[in-house]
Ligand binder design. Sequence first.
Ligand SMILES: Cc1cc2nc3c(=O)[nH]c(=O)nc-3n(C[C@H](O)[C@H](O)[C@H](O)COP(=O)(O)O)c2cc1C
Length: 240
Amino acid sequence: MVCGHPDAPKAHPATEANTHHTPRAASAPSPRSSAALSDSQPEGTLNRLPVIFAITGASGAAYGVRLLEMLAVHKVPTWLLISSHGWRLLTEECGIKDDRELKKATGGDWTSVRVFDDKDRGAEPASGSARTAGMVICPCSMGTVAAIAHGTSRSLIERAADVVLKERRPLILVPRETPLSLVHLRNLTSATEAGATVLPAAPGFYHHPEKVSDLVDFVVQRIVDHLGLEIRLVERWQGK
Ligand SMILES: Cc1cc2nc3c(=O)[nH]c(=O)nc-3n(C[C@H](O)[C@H](O)[C@H](O)COP(=O)(O)O)c2cc1C
C-alpha cells in the first residue's frame, strides 16, 4: 500500500515525546524562524501556531498523505490546502477523491486539521497578520515553484507561500520532477534566495528500505524534522 499506510506503525507514539508540537525546536533555528518563536504570546500558545500544508499536482501524492497523517495523528494544528491538480494526483496515485476519503486515509481524526479552498485568496493564510508556524508544500509541482519564485499569488497556495516568505517564516518545498530544466533550477534558486528550503522528494537508500512506504517515510521524516516536530518514523543514522 503506497498511500495511507494502514498497516505501518503510526510513527513511534511512545518514543521521543513525539506528540509535542514544537515548531523549529528540533532543528537549528534559522533567522526566519526566530520571529515566530520569540513573539510575545503566552507560553504554550505559540507552540500551537498552525502549519500551512499544501498538496499540489506533482507525482508523489503518497508523501503528502503520509505527512498529513503524521500531522493529524500528532494533533499538529494544520491548515490544509489542495490545488485542483493536487486532487488529480491524489486520485490518480492514491485513489483518494475527496476530503472524506483523505481523512480516512490519514487516520480518521481531523480535529487539528482545517481545510481551506485553494480558490479563496481572501482566506486567513492569505494575510501575514494571521500567524502561522510556516508552510510545507508536498509534493510541490514545478508550476507552483515557478509561481512562488515570481510571486504571482494567483491561488491561495501561491499567496500563502508569498506571505510566508515576506513574513520570514519557514517555507519548505518538496519538489518532484526529473530531469530539471534550467528554468526549474533558476526558479528553485530564486525560491531558496527568498528564504525557502528546497527538500526534494529524493529518498536515501542507506536505511535499507524494503517497502515503498519506507521510502515515503524517509522523505516525510526529513520534512517533520525541518518543521521541528518530534516525530520519529525512520531510525536515525548513527554511523558505522
Ligand atoms: C499524472 C500527472 C503527474 C504529474 N507529475 C508532475 C510532477 O511530477 N512534477 C511536476 O512538476 N508536475 C507534474 N504534473 C503537472 C502538474 O500537475 C501541472 O503542471 C499543474 O498545472 C500543477 O498545478 P498546481 O501546482 O497548481 O497543482 C503532473 C500532472 C499529472 C496529471
